[in-house]
Design a protein around this ligand. Structure first.
Ligand SMILES: [Zn+2]
Length: 398
């Protein structure tokens, strides 16, 4: 089963069997069939693994597009910016990666695997740098509460948000802050889905405190209040599991920034069954494998999380850490890249061919070599460029 999950970065056969108009799902299955395993021995960050991850994000984005035709993700990195007649493929020598120019990006951290990856990665880098500069200590506080399959995600989200807001306001919060020397907090929301208990929601906060704290005592303080607040909302917090507090290491930003819509796929996808918790983008993968409930669950999730902040900084914390104003999700995907080179420019008609054949991810991986020649060869092979269109050097034709 595990081999279903691993994807391949090899760009073998690009032309055969693709002349006939396939249904979207048939195309996806073909795309999927091209993914084979990548060796773990090459490491998570090898170029092959990175390429596989990128292909996977485009693949899952195509699944999201079919599930959510009325959302911005359906247009993401497909629709061309109005008034521009071409799609550019650019390469950044600094970051050693290729990207598209002139395409609309949806900036949806919750539902778009491609934008989510960019947003969470940029936030992670920013947070890591900020935390490495500060002498403050980070404490991770995780809140959750009991739920059942009957609970709608939108209801769980509403109640946990309300409780969290209450927890962090009023006299009690001020007293808590003073007692523990809390300077600020960064909070993110995490959603998973399990077949046995339905939606599972967490709030993760990184509390920045002045001194190494007594995590058990902090836990006791928060638990009491959180349980009481949730009880008023008709919710039950397990005294053992509802609140988790731990001192953190330098890895903390990795977790906090990526909790939003985790895009790492895990082995869990291979096991459809009880006791397994699926991350949102794993639901997309299951849907692509023909698991219908996963598609329905993803739709519910998309509606419930619309407009919810994935990551929130408490007031003044950013300036305290020497950071400017927080960029929105949309601004983050538009963040300017370093100076980059133009590898190829496609007309709208040529771009249409790439879209129809679901080649966006693959094209970008070829471009990631940074070689305009390799990209040109690829574009000829997929039938976008004409093989005789190569420029002829002047002065030799006598
Ligand atoms: Zn997007």
């Amino acid at each position: 089963m595990g081999s279903l999950l691993v994807f391949n970065a090899k760009f073998a056969s690009v032309s055969e069997g693709e002349k006939s108009p396939d249904s979207p799902s048939t195309r996806r299955m073909k795309l999927n069939a091209k993914f084979a395993s990548i060796s773990n021995s090459e490491g998570k960050n090898s170029p092959e693994a990175q390429a596989a991850k990128r292909l996977r994000r485009y693949y899952l984005q195509a699944v999201a597009r079919e599930l959510l035709p009325d959302y911005r993700v359906a247009e993401c990195l497909r629709a061309v910016v109005p008034g521009v007649g071409c799609v550019n493929v650019r390469y950044s020598d600094k970051f050693k990666r290729a990207h598209y120019g002139n395409l609309i990006q949806c900036g949806s951290v919750w539902v778009c695997p491609v934008c989510s990856s960019k947003i969470t990665e940029r936030r992670r880098v920013e947070m890591t740098e900020a935390l490495s500069r500060t002498p403050l200590v980070a404490v991770m506080v995780t809140l959750t509460f009991q739920h059942s399959r009957e609970d709608k995600l939108s209801d769980l989200q509403r109640d946990l948000s309300a409780a969290h807001k209450q927890l962090r306001s009023g006299y009690s919060w001020k007293a808590f802050r003073d007692k523990w020397g809390v300077v600020g907090a960064i909070t993110s929301t995490e959603v998973t889905y399990g077949l046995d208990n339905g939606w599972h929601l967490h709030k993760h906060s990184l509390y920045l405190v002045r001194e190494k704290p007594d995590t058990q005592a902090i836990r006791n303080d928060i638990s009491k209040r959180f349980e009481a607040i949730m009880a008023k909302l008709g919710r039950y917090v397990n005294p053992e599991k509802g609140v988790d507090v731990r001192a953190t290491d330098r890895e903390a930003p990795n977790y906090v920034s990526k909790w939003g819509a985790a895009f790492e796929m895990t082995k869990a996808v291979a096991k459809v069954g009880k006791g397994v918790h699926y991350k949102p983008f794993e639901l997309l993968y299951l849907k692509a494998q023909g698991v219908q409930w996963a598609g329905e669950a993803f739709r519910e999730y998309a509606a419930a999380m619309k407009g919810v902040n994935q990551l929130r900084w408490s007031p003044k914390l950013r300036s305290l850490l020497g950071l400017g104003q927080q960029l929105t999700d949309g601004e983050l995907v538009e963040a300017p890249e370093d100076t980059d080179r133009l590898l190829a420019s496609l007309t709208l008609k040529q771009w249409g061919v790439i879209l129809k054949r679901e080649k966006r991810g693959e094209l970008l991986e070829v471009a990631s070599t940074g070689s305009a020649e390799a990209l040109q060869t690829y574009l000829v092979a997929v039938g976008v460029y004409s093989p005789i269109a190569l420029p002829v050097a002047s002065g030799y034709l006598d």
